[in-house]
Design a protein around this ligand. Structure first.
Ligand SMILES: [Zn+2]
Length: 181
């Protein structure tokens, strides 16, 4: 599933063997493409404080996905998300398009707080409109790629079958054979 929040969380990309970590948030070109893709049009360039705050939001969301597997989020984590959402006042507006009425939420400012709030809103959308238990981190501890498991059985554990799953299958196999010997 291609969503704003998963794209954002996976801006930290780890090699599946733990050899290196690449942080796309530190790459201005990557950030420009990311904002354009999700139509987050913003005038001001991010300074070091904005980048640091995006990095900590990414850590929080990734931690929260990890905690779905062990039960539920802490109240503190929910409070942090609500603080980010509360920084953007919204106006409700009735729209009619092609004969269909709908309620539109219009942000009253579009700054970096708004970008944070849109990322959080995308995460909340996954929790409320989809199945939270399908939100997972790759079981390869080197990788931790965030994904939405849309398999029928809901038992997908790895981001990719060829890299992460094979690596850990091979390691388990070797460990078993060592203990047999
Ligand atoms: Zn993986």
């Amino acid at each position: 599933m291609d969503t704003l929040c998963l794209h954002f969380i996976n801006s930290e990309f780890r090699d599946f063997r733990g050899r290196w970590v690449k942080d796309d948030l530190q790459q201005p070109e990557w950030l420009q493409q990311f904002l354009a893709k999700w139509e987050l049009h913003i005038e001001s360039l991010p300074d070091a404080t904005v980048i640091a705050s995006l990095v900590s939001l990414r850590t929080l969301l990734s931690h929260m996905i990890g905690s779905i597997a062990n039960g539920q989020f802490g109240d503190n984590d929910i409070a942090l998300l609500n603080t980010i959402l509360s920084r953007i006042p919204m106006q409700r507006s009735l729209k009619k398009e092609a004969g269909i009425y709908r309620l539109e939420l219009i942000p009253l400012k579009k700054d970096w707080d708004w970008v944070h709030a849109e990322i959080v809103a995308s995460f909340v959308h996954l929790l409320t409109e989809h199945d939270p238990e399908r939100l997972k981190l790759c079981a390869n501890p080197h990788c931790r790629w965030a994904f939405y498991d849309d398999s029928k059985s809901r038992t997908r554990r790895y981001c990719t079958a060829d890299k992460c799953a094979n690596l850990w299958k091979a390691r388990r196999f070797r460990a078993r054979h060592k203990s047999d010997a």
